[in-house]
Design a protein around this ligand. Structure first.
Ligand code: PBG
Length: 326
């Protein structure tokens, strides 16, 4: 008997390491975000997110085609309208940018999954995620609008509704609204645990959705809170959510694990814009190895308990994995 454990026996070579690997990143459980913008005729790179673009409607199916060829099967859509107003009217318009994009993509690729982000911040003139009463985002007025948005997205052909607006009771309200409109079979992927995070900075460039005044701290969660995250997960599950999400991911891996231990629902990690931007910036400076760092962070999310990952790296990962099984 050895006086100590020889852990290195199982690290002998790549094949041995593959045999005992506990966690895997697979393109089957990755979701690629896409930004679609009205009033442009060429794709435009987001300066703070190298490699991420706002696409015109005319280029969106081509982008989906490239991703599908690499093996990506699920997308989450964000829209930037030409006209913004107080109510975010374009978010629920029949010919709104997101509705049109959904129907184009689903016509070209009926079997891929299109997820609609349900929020108002890209559509309102004030950049908040709901309806204002004075300078306060009114919860219940916002719910009424958000139900209309969700139903219009389902009507356009969305496969999953993903509310990210952080109002209370949105899962219940949207479930009821979808059911009444005949969409009983459309699941809700709830951004159940959404922290008021500085990691969203680059997204607000991409989505042109920064709040015109104040911040989102009266509706998104305090980054310091863990028990509150568990309450958010519980109430959304009780209201009928089909998936729960934790967002951001990297600074909140403990929360992912805690929620994993509390729920049997599929759990989604959102590898957000700031997490993407940090890796891209460091890689562009030659300070880190991008590919191995991307895989390491995504594996961390899986190990923490995520079943699915929304990531701006999905397309890159699909390309790496098609070269080499990981
Ligand atoms: C909309 C929304 C946001 C993100 C996803 N949906 C931004 C926000 O809350 O300001 C952020 C995603 C990211 O940073 O990648 N409310």
């Amino acid at each position: 008997m050895e006086p100590f454990s020889r852990h290195r026996r199982l690290r002998k070579n790549p094949v041995m390491r593959d045999l005992v690997r506990e966690t895997h990143v697979s393109i089957d459980d990755m979701i690629q975000p896409l930004f679609v913008k009205e009033g442009i005729d060429q794709k435009q790179e987001v300066p703070s997110m190298p490699g991420v673009y706002q696409f015109p409607l005319t280029a969106i199916v081509e982008e989906v085609r490239e991703c599908v060829q690499l093996g990506i099967k699920a997308f989450i859509l964000f829209g930037i309208p030409e006209k913004k107003d107080e109510q975010g009217s374009q978010a629920s318009a029949e010919k709104g940018i997101v509705q049109q994009a959904i129907s184009l993509i689903k016509t070209a690729y009926p079997d891929i999954i299109v997820i609609a982000d349900t929020c108002l911040c890209e559509f309102t003139s004030h950049g908040h995620c709901g309806i204002l009463k004075g300078e306060v985002v009114d919860n219940d007025l916002s719910l009424k609008r958000l139900v209309k948005v969700a139903v219009s997205q389902a009507r356009a052909g969305a496969d999953i509704i993903a509310p990210s607006n952080a109002m209370d009771g949105y899962v219940y309200a949207i479930r009821k609204g979808l059911d009444e409109a005949g969409f009983q079979d459309i699941p809700i992927m709830s951004y159940a645990i959404k922290f008021a995070s500085s990691f969203y900075g680059p997204f607000r460039d991409a989505g042109e959705s920064a709040p015109a005044f104040g911040d989102r701290k009266t509706y998104q969660m305090d980054v310091a809170n863990r028990l509150e995250a568990l309450r958010e997960a519980k109430s959304d599950e009780e209201e009928g959510a089909d998936f729960l999400m934790v967002k951001p991911a990297l600074a909140f891996l403990d929360i992912l694990r805690d929620v994993r231990n509390q729920t049997q629902l599929p759990l989604v990690a959102y590898n957000v814009s700031g997490e993407y931007a940090m890796i891209k910036a460091a890689a562009q400076n030659g300070w880190i190895d991008e590919q191995s760092l991307v895989l390491e962070t995504l594996i961390g999310m899986k190990r923490a308990g995520a079943d699915l990952i929304i990531s701006y790296f999905a397309k890159d990962v699909a390309a790496y994995l098609s070269e080499k099984g990981v």
